[in-house]
Design a protein around this ligand. Structure first.
Ligand SMILES: CC(C)(COP(=O)(O)OP(=O)(O)OC[C@H]1O[C@@H](n2cnc3c(N)ncnc32)[C@H](O)[C@@H]1OP(=O)(O)O)[C@@H](O)C(=O)NCCC(=O)NCCS
Length: 189
């Protein structure tokens, strides 16, 4: 059967929002959770537009806030389909924050949301293939393949580490760490 392709540009989505005082944490900076929620929204819009279906968030990668976002800044999130599998899509989200007074723009993070398209019965359903329109689209797709491979390797290594680590015999790895073994709560009940 002939593949159905949709260009990357078809579903590119931008979400812009002013950071109001209600979004601030106790230190006066914007809560990370507010930004995560906005990223989830824009990822949903971008993925669902490409899929032509309802999508759910499966996995979130690379959420490192490199610089704090301040109250009064205007945050823009640029979402692009980087990769499609069968029912899954990887949405790359670049986040920038603009300070109107200073006239400055900072890049706070670029994160990757894996979404899965679902049909009306809630089962994963096939998404259109991706038409890569320029070198940037090609690079995004290739990088997503690489990240997927690395994630698989990491998962295997993490599982191996979990089975290898035994509290009785491997306690030495705590040496030099900022912890001690004690039974504070038990002894102070
Ligand atoms: C993710 C989910 C759809 C997988 O369902 P499943 O029956 O195991 O389906 P499959 O194994 O066919 O996986 C479907 C796709 O998800 C991908 N996937 C599953 N787990 C994944 C993970 N941890 N990371 C990345 N992709 C993942 C698979 O690779 C597959 O992609 P492909 O179709 O492009 O090859 C299912 O676990 C789910 O619905 N989770 C809840 C998602 C949700 O509700 N999120 C909202 C937050 S609560």
């Amino acid at each position: 059967m002939e593949e159905n392709y949709k260009p990357v540009s078809y579903s590119q989505t931008t979400l812009t929002e002013l950071m109001i005082p209600a979004y601030a944490n106790f230190g006066g900076k914007i809560h990370g959770g507010i930004l995560l929620s906005l990223m989830d929204k824009v990822a949903y819009a971008c993925a669902s537009k490409h899929a032509g279906n309802y999508c759910v968030t499966v996995s979130v990668e690379n959420v490192d806030f490199l610089q704090p976002v301040e109250v009064g800044e205007m945050v823009s999130m640029f979402a692009t389909v980087n990769y499609v599998g069968k029912s899954s899509l990887v949405i790359g989200i670049k986040v920038i924050a603009e300070d109107f007074k200073q006239g400055s723009v900072k890049h706070t993070n670029t994160s990757y949301f894996t979404m899965v398209a679902k049909d009306d019965s809630g089962k994963p359903t096939k998404v259109p293939a991706l038409l890569l329109e320029n070198n940037e689209d090609i690079r995004h797709f290739m990088e997503a393949i690489k990240r997927k491979e690395l994630k698989e390797t990491y998962k295997i290594e993490l599982n191996n580490a979990k089975t290898i680590l035994k509290v009785e015999t491997e306690k030495h790895i705590l040496e030099g760490e900022r912890c001690k073994i004690g039974f504070y709560y038990k002894n102070n009940k």
